[in-house]
Design a protein around this ligand. Structure first.
Ligand code: FCB
Length: 471
């Protein structure tokens, strides 16, 4: 740890429930590197990153944070911060390069890496939380049609069972899919993420098959271990109309439907929202032919908790025209409006009350489930100062405000049981490459030197007192 002096946490002391998880979050392609080592196959991100112009700066995840080779040091760093939990993802092509097939198609060297990582975590008293799918579909499965194709859901469940078979003796907490909305609508709708397809109908089908994959994977894990702790990690948004007009209110309904309810309602209520299906069919985006009898019964199994990724609020207004390609099939006319609020380096407005709103909404409108914030954090323009330190007061303010929002949500009755900061390390931020830094630990990519930022020391203090406090 460096000698950074943490910025004081101001405001009244706010304690969190006993046993509250304090975690850090990462994802395989964003940190591991070692893209061709020990039998790892190619994922859609390996291929997409090589398309000229796809990624800022032409960056790739080939080396990333070299976590594959440095995981022991990284776990020691986590332990130094006092993290009680660590959420990472398994790279599907590292353990099953072809994405399918018999047990003999499993890459044991890949599984061994995750066994070593988990053992290292457990050895430091850090609870491993394994995300099975954080966007790195094996390229052979994309070549066979990808998520718009039904078979991919079945392949995912097989892979989930395989990973559980290898790690289930030492991992209690599982997340099926990270942010199915992004995989479906950025990957197959707007095409800004891998695999870069631009087809609204394909995006809608992909969303369904991701949810089906979730449901089948929960079944597989529960069959292997009835008391398994497993959940989904959608990215959720607070959504508000820019004005009180009927047109803006309808725009907010559409975006809430396409961003939040299209994921939450099937999983938690066993049905798609009628208004969303009506929007899609009215706009002739999809004939919904991918929906099959019995699918919803499979999807309507959230597992045992819900994990929430939260970054910002959408403020929307009615507009005209259809700008394509779009991540909002059938609702392309909706405009996203800035309020002039402070933004992060991603341009996302900072709206901590939106996190409380999101958690309380889940608590009030959906069936009861323990909740976890599985991602929350911010990119800012960090620099290493002359003393070798990274002062990031904006990130500390962001995190503090959002933890206050968590506290507010708990006070309002939401059963929130943990918080994972995005991210432990600066990393490969998808289409933004390495240009955006989300870490509480700075990574100097040429040397791979890790420098805990002031926010890391601040977070360690929050964890140490199980809450926010004065001074
Ligand atoms: C989320 C992703 C995560 C990271 C953050 C900033 O959408 O799950 O991998 O990129 O955004």
């Amino acid at each position: 740890m460096s000698t950074i002096r943490p910025a004081p946490v101001t405001g009244p002391a706010l304690g969190f429930p006993t046993g509250f998880r304090w975690g850090g979050s990462t994802a395989a392609y964003q940190i591991e590197g070692a893209a061709t080592e020990d039998g790892r196959g190619r994922s859609i991100w390996d291929v997409f990153a090589r398309i000229p112009g796809a990624i800022a700066g032409g960056d790739t995840g080939d080396v990333a944070c070299d976590h594959y080779h440095r995981f022991r040091d990284d776990v020691a760093l986590m332990a130094g911060l006092g993290l009680t939990a660590y959420r990472f993802s398994v790279a599907w092509p590292r353990v099953q390069p072809s994405g399918k097939g018999p047990a003999s198609s499993v890459n044991q060297a890949g599984l061994d890496f995750y066994r070593r990582l988990v053992d290292e975590l457990l050895g430091h008293g850090i609870e491993p939380w394994v995300t099975l799918y954080h966007w790195d579909l094996p390229q052979p499965l994309e070549d066979a049609g990808g998520w718009p194709v039904r078979d991919t859901a079945a392949r995912f469940a097989e892979y989930a069972a395989l990973v559980h078979g290898a790690l289930g003796d030492r991992v209690d907490r599982w997340i099926t899919a990270n942010e199915p909305w992004c995989s479906a609508f950025l990957g197959y709708g707007s095409g800004v993420h891998a695999p870069g397809r631009r087809d609204g109908a394909a995006a809608v089908a992909a969303a369904h098959h991701l949810l089906l994959g979730h449901g089948l994977a929960v079944q597989a894990l529960q069959a292997a271990r009835p008391d398994v702790e497993v959940g989904l990690a959608p990215n959720l948004y607070a959504v508000s109309p820019a004005t009180g007009t009927d047109a803006d209110t309808d725009a907010a309904r559409r975006i809430d439907g396409l961003a939040n309810r299209i994921i939450l309602d099937p999983v938690l209520r066993g049905r798609y929202p009628e208004d969303v299906l009506a929007d899609l069919t009215a706009a002739e985006v999809s004939d919904l032919g991918h929906l099959r009898e019995g699918d919803l019964a499979t999807i309507a199994n959230p597992g045992t908790f819900l994990a929430v990724n939260y970054y910002s609020r959408y403020v929307v207004a009615a507009g005209t025209g259809r700008q394509l390609p779009s991540a909002w099939p059938g609702s392309e006319q909706v405009r996203f409006v800035g309020r002039g609020w402070p933004v992060t380096a991603m341009g996302w407005e900072i709206d901590a009350p939106g996190l409380a709103e999101t958690l309380v909404r889940l608590h009030r409108e959906y069936p009861p489930l323990p909740l976890f914030v599985s991602e929350n954090g911010a990119a800012f323009e960090d620099t290493v100062d002359a003393g070798g330190e990274v002062q990031d007061p904006d990130r500390i303010a962001y995190l503090a405000a959002h933890l206050r929002a968590c506290h507010d949500a708990i006070a309002a009755g939401a059963p929130l049981a943990g918080y994972f900061v995005w991210s432990l390390l600066d990393n490969f931020e998808w289409a933004e490459g390495f240009s955006k830094r989300f870490g509480i630990v700075h990574v100097d990519y040429p040397t791979q030197r890790r420098t805990p930022k002031a926010s890391a020391a601040w977070y360690a203090r929050v964890i140490g007192r199980n809450g926010l406090a004065d001074g």
